[in-house]
Design a protein around this ligand. Sequence first.
Ligand code: G6P
Length: 363
Amino acid sequence: ARIEKAGHKHFMAKEIHEQPQTLKDVLDAYLDDGRIAPPATFDWTGIDRLTIVACGTAHIAATVAKYWFEKIARLPVECDIASEFRYRDPVIAPGTAVMVISQSGETADTLAALRHAQGQARTLAVVNVAESSIAREAEVAFPILAGVEIGVASTKAFVNQLAVLLMLAVRAGLDRGAATAGTEAEWVAKLTALPGLVSQALAVEDRCEALAHRLAEATDILFLGRGPMYPLAHEGALKLKEISYIHAEAYASGELKHGPIALVDRTLPVVVLAPTDALFDKTVSNMQEVMAREGQVLLVTDAEGARRASHGVWEMLVMPTVDPVLAPILYAVPAQLLAYHTAVHKGTDVDQPRNLAKSVTVE
Ligand code: G6P
C-alpha cells in the first residue's frame, strides 16, 4: 500500500508524530501480563560480554544500550561502528554475544560485521525490516515493529530500537540474576507509561518551531549530555547535521573543559539535555561555564530541572518527568523536533537530504 503523509508536510513529521503509537505497538508485542516476553528468545546465561555493532542512528542506539546493559544486567558492553569492526580483526572472546542493530537490515557494513562474527560468537539482530538479510542471517532477530520509515533521518525506528534494547537489557538482567535496578513488574509499569509520556513530550513542538529561526542562523551548535543523555546529544547533533546542514557536535558534559569550551562565545547555541538525575548538578555547573562565556544555552529538562536551573539560560524546553533510565527514549523527541523545525525554517529537503540515502547497501 502507498504510504501518505497523513496531513503532515513531510514524512519525517508524520513519523515523529506516530511515535506514541509505534512505541505502543512494540511494547504490546514484548510485554505480556506484567512480564517482558520478547517475540524471539535468547538465553543470556553464559554470556560474559556483549559487542554491539551498527551504523548511523542505530549506532547511537547501541551507545545508549551500553548504559542500560551495564547498569541493569551488569554485562560489559563494547559498541563499535560496523565499518571499523569488520576490518579491524576484532578480538571476540569466548562468551561474547555480538548484536547488530539496523533499521533496514540491509546496511552493507552492518551485514558484513554480522557475517564476520558468525561462527565466533552468538549473534543477535535488532531490526525493523523483518524479511531483511540481517534478520535472516542472525541467529536470533528481535523486531522493532516501527512500520515503514520513509524519512531518511531515522526517528520512530530509533525510539523503537531503544525500547527493544531496554527490554533486552532487563531480560538479560533477569537471566543473569542481576536485574538490580527494579523488579520486572516495575520495569513493565515504567515502559507501559512511556507512550503517554512521548505523546506529552510532543507538546514542546511549538517552542521548537519558535526557536528554529535562531538555531537556523547558527553555523555551529553544541549538544551536551551526561550518562545515557550523552549518546542522545549525539543523536541531536546527527539529526541536525543530516537535515539542516548546520555543523553540530556532541560532547559529554564533563569533557567540555577539555576542548569545546574554547569554541564558546555569543554565537554558539549549546543544547543541554539534562533530566533531573543524580548528575544534574554537575551538568548545571558545566552549563554555567558555558553561560559565563556568553554561550546561548537551550536547556532541555523537566519541571524540577527548570525550577532549579533556569537562571541565565537562553531558552528551556520542559519535558514530562520520567525515570532517568528511560529518559533517552523521551528526550529523542525534542532532539528530533529541533532538527526538523530548523531544517524546515532553512527550507532544506527534509525527507531526502542531500548526499544521504535511507539505506546504504554498498560500501
Ligand atoms: C543511513 C541512514 C540513517 C541510518 C543508517 C543506518 O545513514 O540515513 O538514518 O541510521 O544508514 O541504517 P540501518 O538501516 O542499518 O539502521
